[in-house]
Design a protein around this ligand. Structure first.
Ligand code: SAM
Ligand code: SF4
Length: 330
């Protein structure tokens, strides 16, 4: 699949549920309203959709959410998609998780062929963790990390940089992650979805500032390591580990975008920062054969926009896109 700007679309991210067992302050309102279950695709339908993308050239699948591991019986989806790894049609099957259920599923994920997992941890302080996630338990997440490393999964830690909340912890997060052989990526807050009383302008910390601060303690050397995504990677001289910065607001990364995003209702978003979307549920359900679905996918890719237009400033405190990150899955 090649879009109008010559970009090869080889990466599909799938939000397998919009539900979550946490309520992170930058992601959801505490009294978040979730999709009615009837609108959500079955796991069999999600597998069929993902397989259509694999057939059309997707080489990497990432399951996300919401929290992918809280969806009932989600391992059946992983197992179904794992067969594309065995056939060689897929290079990578992976997930982004808050880690709360990792202790339970790490072994099975590894057996299926998952090799790398992104785990979101914004702070190493138990109380702060509870404040940021509202409902999360850091110890449980740490047990998940242990279990995942024991079965040989490679872990990347994702931390959203929050002004006045975890901006005094970057050094600790670097030492912790790199000390355990895990990459660390810092993420800028993106203006997605209403989040109740929280104010994005207050949360927003430009990572250019974070990097300057980090560079006072560590030697950062830019690398050409790329994942086709929005992260820029540096190696940290003192730890030997890798540090990424995802800066959608201060650095434009759209030229190399290789991905599209699917929601759990079968809506395909061609860009994280745009409202345009394609409904794939109707063609999926209209026929047991895949020709309608394949055509709908091709038409959607032909509309992939050139880039996003996120802005957070005093004039733009409303979300740039109405849907939450948990709908399209980060
Ligand atoms: N529940 C899983 C987790 O937390 O890793 C997967 C879904 S979560 C939406 C994916 C990533 O998006 C997480 O690393 C989370 O911190 C990040 N995220 C959520 N809302 C965000 C926002 N408004 N701006 C930037 N990152 C956000
Ligand atoms: Fe849940 Fe992940 Fe959103 Fe936190 S960031 S509320 S863990 S979906």
């Amino acid at each position: 699949m090649i879009d109008p700007f010559g970009r090869h679309i080889t990466y599909l991210r799938v939000s397998v549920t919009d539900r979550c067992d946490f309520r992170c302050v930058y992601c959801m309102a505490e009294d978040m309203t979730f999709l009615p279950k009837a609108e959500v695709l079955s796991l069999e339908e999600l597998e069929r959709l993902c397989s259509a993308f694999v057939r059309r050239g997707v080489r990497k699948l990432r399951m996300t959410g919401g929290e992918p591991l809280v969806r009932k019986n989600v391992m059946s989806l992983f197992r179904g998609l794992g067969r594309h790894l065995q056939s060689g049609a897929l290079d990578e099957l992976t997930l982004t998780t808050n880690g709360s259920q990792l202790a339970k599923y790490a072994r099975e994920l590894a057996d299926i062929g998952v090799q790398r997992v992104n785990v979101s941890i914004d702070t190493l302080d138990r109380d702060k963790f509870r404040t940021i996630t509202r409902w999360g338990d850091l110890d449980q997440v740490m047990r998940g990390l242990d279990a995942a490393q024991q079965v040989g999964l490679h872990i990347k830690i994702n931390a959203v940089a929050l002004r006045g909340v975890n901006d005094d912890e970057f050094e600790d997060l670097i030492r912790f992650s790199h000390g355990r052989g895990m990459d660390l990526t810092l993420i800028e807050v993106m203006p997605m979805g209403e989040i109740g009383g929280e104010n994005r302008l207050e949360q927003y910390l430009p990572l250019s500032l974070a990097r300057t601060e980090i560079a006072r303690h560590f030697t950062l050397t830019e690398t050409d390591y790329r994942t086709g995504g929005p992260a820029r990677y540096f190696t940290v001289g003192e730890t030997g580990g890798r540090l990424g910065f995802i800066t959608p607001l201060t650095h434009n990364f759209c030229e190399s975008c290789n991905r599209v995003r699917l929601t759990c209702t079968g809506t395909l978003y061609m860009c994280l920062g745009q409202e345009d979307a394609a409904d794939l549920r109707a063609p999926l359900r209209a026929s047991e054969k895949d020709d309608l679905l394949d055509r709908a996918i091709d038409e959607a890719i032909a509309r992939k926009p050139k880039g996003h237009d996120f802005v957070i400033d005093r004039r733009h405190t409303a979300p740039a896109v109405r849907r939450h990150m948990s709908v399209t899955g980060g």
